[in-house]
Ligand binder design. Sequence first.
Ligand SMILES: Cc1cc2nc3c(=O)[nH]c(=O)nc-3n(C[C@H](O)[C@H](O)[C@H](O)COP(=O)(O)OP(=O)(O)OC[C@H]3O[C@@H](n4cnc5c(N)ncnc54)[C@H](O)[C@@H]3O)c2cc1C
Length: 385
Amino acid sequence: MTPATAATAGAGIDTAAIDALVGDGPAAWDAAGRIPVALLRKLGAAGVLCAEVPAALGGPGADPLANGELTAHIGALCSSLRSIMTVHGIAAATVHRFGDRAQRRDYLGQLTSGRLACVGFSEPGAGSDLSGMTTRIRPAGDSSGDLLVTGEKMWITGAVYADTVLVFGQYGAGPAGSGGAVGAAAMVPADAPGVSIEPVKDPLGCRAATHCRIVLDDVRIPASAVLGGGGQPLSLLFTTALSYGRMSVAWGCAGILRACLTAATADARTREQGGVPIAEHQLVARHIAELYTSEQIATQACRHAAQQWTRGAPDAAVAAVLAKQVAATHAARGAATAVQVLASRGFTDGHVTARAYRDAKAMELIEGSTEISQLILARHALDIH
Ligand SMILES: Cc1cc2nc3c(=O)[nH]c(=O)nc-3n(C[C@H](O)[C@H](O)[C@H](O)COP(=O)(O)OP(=O)(O)OC[C@H]3O[C@@H](n4cnc5c(N)ncnc54)[C@H](O)[C@@H]3O)c2cc1C
């Protein structure tokens, strides 16, 4: 079994063209903390950032496996770029799942023609426990039919590039928190009056993706911006969105492992110490074996989850948690192993293994931390055994 190559990575999208566009940019983007926005728009307009959007709605119409391989391909190039792809893809998947016909047509048309989206779940008081969200999406109370969005979102990936923020919040007219489990997801223009976006300084990893605090101060939006009219169970909204995100992050981690494996094997073959290539030292060979094992395990978990999604299997959401858990823990361990093999040669900012080491750690925190994933998997195991 071999990792996906440019020829096999998914959705009929020309990965050689993506490689050419990305070039050797990721190291400089990491150092600068920015990806050129023109490049993001170009990839967005090619459908690369949300490849599962059906052709009838303007997207490439990839299935989960093809989109997954595409995500791994981009994840191997640059986790920051893959992070933008993940949040943009979450926004598209959420519109597709909860939007009405006009919202699907309008928003998915935008998201496949170069406009960019980010996604706001997390808040200062709501991280692992999103039921604690206090952002409110409520009627303005005048004859306009508009709604007001009020709250604060934290660590929102890609917000500096985004035209639209998909905001999750409590829905209804009551005071903050009183909306109980009733929620809404709204497409809020990033330049609307009352929206302020402030990047987090010096994040540990995925630096070029950017992560932002967003304050929403009575932001007025039309009713047509609230997906499906609002009033869905809040937990249904965010678990549906997170399932897409977990799959995407899992494939991104498979990509991190592939990039680390390529770097570690190349170095181990050519770097000589003690008169032989370091690959011939058995303890280094063991590192290579472990890295290869991690990449294969992560890939298999991702493929299994993609199959379950394609089949509509009842355990598809759990398979996404499992894939993310397996791939993220192996990516964090594998990236550390790759740094160990390259030693000083992989220890400078921007280098593929240094970026992988920092970026992979984030994957154990996001879309459900390791601990939250373990709780979900334990609950599932207790249910079925
Ligand atoms: C790089 C990065 C990108 C991000 N991008 C986005 C984004 O685009 N949009 C967005 O909305 N958010 C984003 N986030 C936020 C992210 O989703 C949260 O950081 C994550 O949900 C964890 O929340 P927290 O940081 O508040 O940690 P906390 O929830 O405070 O958790 C702290 C620790 O306690 C553990 N813990 C918490 N509850 C339990 C429990 N019940 N049982 C056992 N252990 C528990 C956690 O696992 C963790 O180890 C991003 C974060 C990072 C770091």
